[in-house]
Design a protein around this ligand. Structure first.
Ligand SMILES: Cc1cc2nc3c(=O)[nH]c(=O)nc-3n(C[C@H](O)[C@H](O)[C@H](O)COP(=O)(O)OP(=O)(O)OC[C@H]3O[C@@H](n4cnc5c(N)ncnc54)[C@H](O)[C@@H]3O)c2cc1C
Length: 436
C-alpha cells in the first residue's frame, strides 16, 4: 500500500500499489508494459464516478503538458494529453486560436475532459470530445496508434469518449477556431417563462443555460454572446481562493445542512440576491472577456453530482418533473439544477451520440448524503431516455448501456480486441462493460 489518491469531491479514494507519474510518451509505454494492473490514468480527478480508482497502478501525467504544434490553415492544434484546459487557453490564444466551447470550469486535463464527453452549452455546439480531430493512443500491449478520421477510424470514433478503456492518450489534436470575445448577460426569469420559451432562448445566443433552485419561482438565466467589443483581462483566482459568491454559498450550505427546514427560504434568498430580473437582450454593459476567460466559473464549494443528457425536446418536461420531485421528496439539498444544450455528435459512447440534447445536473453538498436524492431523480431521467455523464454519478450497468447506445456491442468488441486481458479495467469499468 502506498499513498492515497482522492477525487475532487473527496468521495472516491484509491490506494494503488503503484502511484506513478509519466512526463513522456515513452514513459507511458514503459508503464503500460510493466506496471501491475489494473492501470488507470488520472486527469485532474474531477470525475465523481470511480473511473480513476485502481488497486494496481494509478498514473498521473501532469508533466505531459503543452502544445506540440498548430496549423493555421486547418485551425487545429496538437496538444499533450495532460495539459489542463486552464493552461491551454492562454497558450492557444498566443497562437490566435481558441476552443469552440468549454464547460463550467477549466481545471480538467484535456484528456480527462475528452474522455468523459465534458461539455458546455450551446444549441449548435458539440462537447469538447466532438472537437477532437485525432489522438495518439498507447494500447494495452504498449503499441502507439495514431487515430483520426482516416487512420484507425474505428478506434477514433470509439475512442473520443472512452474514459481510458481503450488505452492512454498521449496527444490530442483539437479543432479550434480563431480567438473570439464573449459578453455575459442574464438575470432572474420566472421558471415557467424560461421553460415555455426554452428553444427561443437557446437560439437567441451562442451560449444559453440556466440554473434553478427548485424551491424558487425564478430561474437564473445566463447568456454568452460573441462580440467585437474590447475584452478585459480577468484575474484568475488561485486554487482555494473563495469569491464572495462561494462564501455565501458555503454559509447557505452549512446552514441548510444543520437546519434542514431552511432549505426552501435559503433557495429563494439565493435566487433573489443573484441579480435583477432579466427582461430580454441587453444593450450591453455585461462583462466582455476572451472566450477562455469567459467560460469558466469558480467552483470552490465542493459537491457531488449526477447529470443526464435527455433528448433536447424533452428537456423542459424532464426538469419540471425533477423539480417537483425534489420539492416533495422531503430530502435536504441546497444546490440549484443546471440546464444546458449540447449538439449531437458521432462518438460511439458520447451521451450526445446522434441526438441533440439537454443536460440536467443535480448537485448535493459534499458533506451531505446524495444516494437517496439521486436515486429518485435518476428514475425520472431514465423515463426520459436519459444517458448519464460518464464522469458523474449514476447506477447503470452494461445491460442499461446496451439499450442506450446503438454502437455498444461494437465498442465492446473493439475494447476486447485492444485490451484482451482487461489491463485497463477496474471494478467500476467491469460493471460498465459487464466483464467479470
Ligand atoms: C467542479 C466541477 C465542475 C464540472 N463542470 C463540468 C462541466 O461544466 N461540464 C461537464 O461535462 N463536466 C463537468 N465536470 C465533470 C468533469 O469535466 C469530468 O468528470 C472530467 O472527466 C474531469 O476531468 P479530469 O481531468 O479531472 O479527469 P479525471 O476525472 O481524472 O478522469 C476522467 C477520465 O478520463 C480518463 N483519462 C484521463 N487522462 C487520460 C488519458 N491521458 N488517456 C485516456 N484517458 C484518460 C480517466 O482515466 C478517467 O476515465 C465538472 C466536475 C467538477 C468537479
Amino acid at each position: 500500500m502506498t499513498d492515497v489518491w482522492s477525487n475532487w469531491s473527496g468521495w472516491v479514494k484509491a490506494w494503488p500499489q503503484n502511484l506513478v507519474t509519466a512526463t513522456t510518451e515513452e514513459e507511458v509505454v514503459e508503464i503500460v508494459k510493466t506496471a501491475p494492473a489494473p492501470i488507470r490514468v488520472a486527469g485532474r480527478g474531477h470525475s465523481f464516478t470511480p473511473l480513476v480508482e485502481s488497486t494496481g497502478t494509478l498514473l498521473t501525467i501532469w508533466g505531459l503538458s503543452g502544445i506540440v504544434d498548430h496549423d493555421d490553415t486547418t485551425c487545429t492544434a496538437r496538444i499533450k494529453a495532460g495539459t489542463t484546459i486552464r493552461d491551454l487557453g492562454p497558450k492557444l490564444f498566443e497562437r490566435g486560436l481558441a476552443l469552440a466551447n468549454q464547460g463550467d470550469i477549466d481545471r480538467q486535463a484535456l484528456a480527462g475532459a475528452v474522455g468523459t464527453g465534458t461539455h458546455g452549452t450551446g444549441g449548435t455546439l458539440g462537447s469538447i470530445s466532438a472537437a477532437v480531430d485525432g489522438f495518439r493512443l498507447v494500447t494495452a500491449d504498449g503499441s502507439i496508434l495514431t487515430c483520426n478520421a482516416t487512420e484507425n477510424a474505428d478506434v477514433f470514433h470509439a475512442g473520443k469518449v472512452s474514459f481510458c478503456s481503450l488505452g492512454i492518450m498521449t496527444e490530442i489534436t483539437m479543432k479550434c477556431r480563431p480567438i473570439y470575445a464573449l459578453e455575459e448577460d442574464g438575470g432572474r426569469m420566472p421558471i415557467e417563462e424560461v421553460l415555455s420559451k426554452a428553444e427561443e432562448l437557446r437560439d437567441s445566443s451562442r451560449h444559453f443555460e440556466f440554473f434553478w433552485f427548485p424551491f424558487a419561482k425564478d430561474a437564473l438565466v445566463k447568456f454568452l454572446r460573441e462580440t467585437d467589443k474590447e475584452a478585459k483581462p480577468r484575474r484568475r483566482k488561485p486554487d482555494g481562493e473563495m469569491s464572495p459568491g462561494d462564501k455565501t454559498m458555503l454559509r447557505a450550505c452549512e446552514t441548510s445542512r444543520l437546519v434542514p427546514f431552511l432549505r426552501g427560504p435559503l433557495q429563494k434568498f439565493l435566487t433573489a440576491s443573484s441579480g435583477s430580473r432579466y427582461v430580454g437582450g441587453s444593450e450591453g454593459g455585461g462583462k466582455v472577456r476572451w472566450s477562455h476567460d469567459a467560460f469558466p466559473s469558480d467552483r470552490n464549494v465542493r459537491f457531488n453530482e449526477m447529470e443526464y443528457a435527455v433528448p433536447a425536446e424533452k428537456g423542459p418536461d424532464c426538469i419540471r418533473e425533477v423539480g417537483d420531485y425534489m420539492r416533495r421528496c422531503g430530502l435536504n439539498f441546497l444546490f440549484p439544477l443546471e440546464y444546458r444544450y449540447v449538439a449531437a455528435d458521432d462518438a460511439w459512447l458520447s451521451p450526445f451520440y446522434q441526438r441533440d440534447s439537454v443536460t440536467i445536473s443535480v448537485h448535493q453538498y459534499h458533506k451531505q448524503p446524495y444516494e437517496e436524492l439521486f436515486k429518485g431523480v435518476e428514475e425520472i431521467f431514465r423515463r426520459y431516455d436519459g444517458r448519464p455523464h460518464w464522469g458523474k454519478l449514476h447506477t447503470l450497468g452494461a445491460a442499461d448501456f446496451e439499450m442506450l447506445y446503438p454502437r455498444w456491442d461494437d465498442f465492446r468488441v473493439l475494447r476486447r480486441r485492444l485490451d484482451p486481458t482487461g489491463k485497463f479495467l477496474n471494478s467500476h469499468l467491469k460493471r460498465i462493460f459487464g466483464e467479470s
